[in-house]
Design a protein around this ligand. Structure first.
Ligand code: PLP
Length: 215
């Protein structure tokens, strides 16, 4: 994971795609893959196992899928409450691994969006960072759904401010929580301007999908 400060990585959002186009994308150099559903992630894992890549879960994590998620994902970006964090911590311990996680924050305040409230994020980050089998690597958000670019940029800026405050507060285990996963096909330029370290792009790479956007 060694990289220069300010570098932005491209995560390919591959929901609904078969393994074949994902294989092509990995061969072309896209080694960071994001899946929304644990079943899909699990189903494609074997077909991609011979190619070097890293898979992040970027969709909401359900309790009953936690075991498979811990088994098949390299990172879970959507930890949004302490209960699920404790559950995946226990499962990671059972599986003898330490798992990278991000905290998802609902920076836009839209009811349809997952994530913890911005006011909860600092406390949750400290609690998650203290769990033995998890490694808190950063924060994830889905930007405000709006044509108002300034307002969208503010939702990304809020995630950066949360990350910076957590690092400054300095709770044990938070020093590595530097990543900001934010920005999709429609708003990644705004996210990069606000400090994104990972942008999650699907349709701009693979073409339009007849499937609802992120939640
Ligand atoms: C689908 C999805 C993306 C990518 O969306 P595009 O608009 O296709 O770039 C990014 N993040 C999440 C959480 C998604 O579900």
């Amino acid at each position: 994971m060694g990289r220069a400060p300010g570098e932005v990585r491209l995560l390919l959002a591959t929901k609904t795609l078969d393994a074949a186009p994902i294989r092509e994308a990995i061969v072309a150099g896209g080694t960071l893959i994001g899946e929304n559903r644990v079943q899909e992630l699990q189903a494609k894992a074997q077909g991609l196992s011979d190619l070097p890549h890293e898979t992040h879960l970027i969709g909401p994590l359900q309790r009953n899928k936690a075991k498979a998620a811990v088994q098949h994902a390299d990172c879970i970006e959507t930890v949004a409450d302490l209960k699920i964090a404790q559950r995946i911590d226990r499962l990671a311990g059972d599986q003898g691994k330490r798992l990278d996680v991000f905290i998802q924050v609902n920076t836009s305040g839209e009811e349809t969006k997952s994530g913890c409230a911005p006011t909860e994020a600092g406390r949750l980050a400290a609690a998650v960072a203290a769990l033995e089998h998890l490694r808190l690597r950063g924060f994830m958000t889905i930007g405000l759904n709006s044509p108002d670019q300034v307002a969208v940029g503010l939702s990304f800026a809020r995630l950066r401010e949360i990350r910076d405050a957590v690092i400054v507060a300095g709770a044990p285990g938070t020093a590595e929580a530097t990543e900001l996963s934010m920005g999709m096909s429609g708003d990644f330029e705004l996210a990069i301007a606000e400090g994104a370290t990972i942008v999650r792009v699907g349709s701009a790479v693979f073409g339009p999908r007849d499937y609802p956007a992120a939640a």
